[in-house]
Every structure is written in C-alpha cells, then in structure tokens.
Ligand binder design. Structure first.
Ligand code: FES
Length: 165
C-alpha cells in the first residue's frame, strides 16, 4: 500500500526532464508533471530525477518534495476526500466530520489512505467557501454543511457504487 508497488514509466519521466531541459531550476515543475501522471510522487521517480538532473541528488529532490504541501509522497485513493479545517469550518464542526470519516474508513490519524486504497483523506485550509461550512470536497465535488451523519451516508453511497456494502 505504498509507492513501491507502482511501476514507473521512465520514458515518460525522461520526456518531462527533456521538456525542462534537465535544469534543476525547474524541479518544482518537473515534480508537478510527475504527480499529474501518478497522482503522487513515487520514490523511484524522485530518485531518477535526482540522478539525471545535473547538480541534483535524490536526497535534494526528496527534501523539496516533502517541503511543499502540494506534493504527496503516498498514493492517493480513487476518492480524494478533503475536509476543510479553516476557521469557519472548524468552528462549525469539521472535526467531528473528520473523525466520522476516519472511523468509517478505518483511517487512523497520521495515515492518508484507506486499507482498500479507495479513499485518501486529508485536511486542508480554507477552501474559500466559508458560507457553506463545514465543507468536505470529494474529488471535485463540494459537499456543503456536512455533519457526521451526512458524510457517512455519502461514503456509504460511494462504497455501494464500488460494489462494497
Ligand atoms: S474555512 Fe472552510 S471554506 Fe473557509
């Protein structure tokens, strides 16, 4: 359930490196492009970039990737759940909603992805929809004024669609 299972298409990564002329100043853009393909940054891809780009090392690439919140070092689920924990959402109960999701999907604190790999869960800061607080976003769909019960029903529905129970 981690990056080691992903098979890497190194030719696709070569193409990205070529596009950016193997220049380390484009490292962020390179990583963004890799993340677009895999939805996260597989370790093998970061190592490859670190070895291929002049004046870089795998350790530097890894350091940059962990520094920026936009990068994920773990594979994401088919359903990416984002729970807003900005001030407005927090005040209106985003934490009980988050805990309900964790319980439902058995995602312990500090973990990102459910055991079946279907769901990943993260908290984000203000999504700019404070009037709808507390807000949950699943993939690109916004779920306004969420409660623990409502979010459980949403997840049940998704599980049903996936053939679960
Ligand atoms: S605080 Fe959640 S949308 Fe603004």
């Amino acid at each position: 359930m981690n990056g080691s299972g992903t098979s890497i298409d190194f030719r696709a990564i070569d193409k990205i490196l070529e596009k950016y002329d193997y220049k380390k100043s484009y490292l962020i853009a390179m990583l963004q492009s890799v993340q677009e393909i895999y939805k996260y940054l597989p370790e093998e891809a970061m190592t490859y970039i670190g070895e291929k780009v002049e004046d870089l090392s795998p350790a530097t690439v890894y350091g940059v990737a962990t520094f920026y919140a936009q990068f994920s070092l773990e594979p994401k689920g088919k359903y990416e759940i984002k729970v807003c924990d900005g001030t407005a959402c927090h005040v209106r109960g985003s934490m009980p909603v988050l805990n309900a999701i964790r319980n439902k999907l058995n995602i312990t604190e500090g973990k990102l992805t459910s055991e079946n790999g279907l769901f990943s869960l993260e908290t984000v800061s203000c999504l700019g929809a404070c009037g709808l607080a507390p807000v949950v976003v699943i993939n690109d769909k916004v779920y306004p004024q969420m409660t623990s019960d409502a979010v459980s029903i949403v997840i049940d529905t998704l599980l049903k669609e996936e053939g679960g129970n």
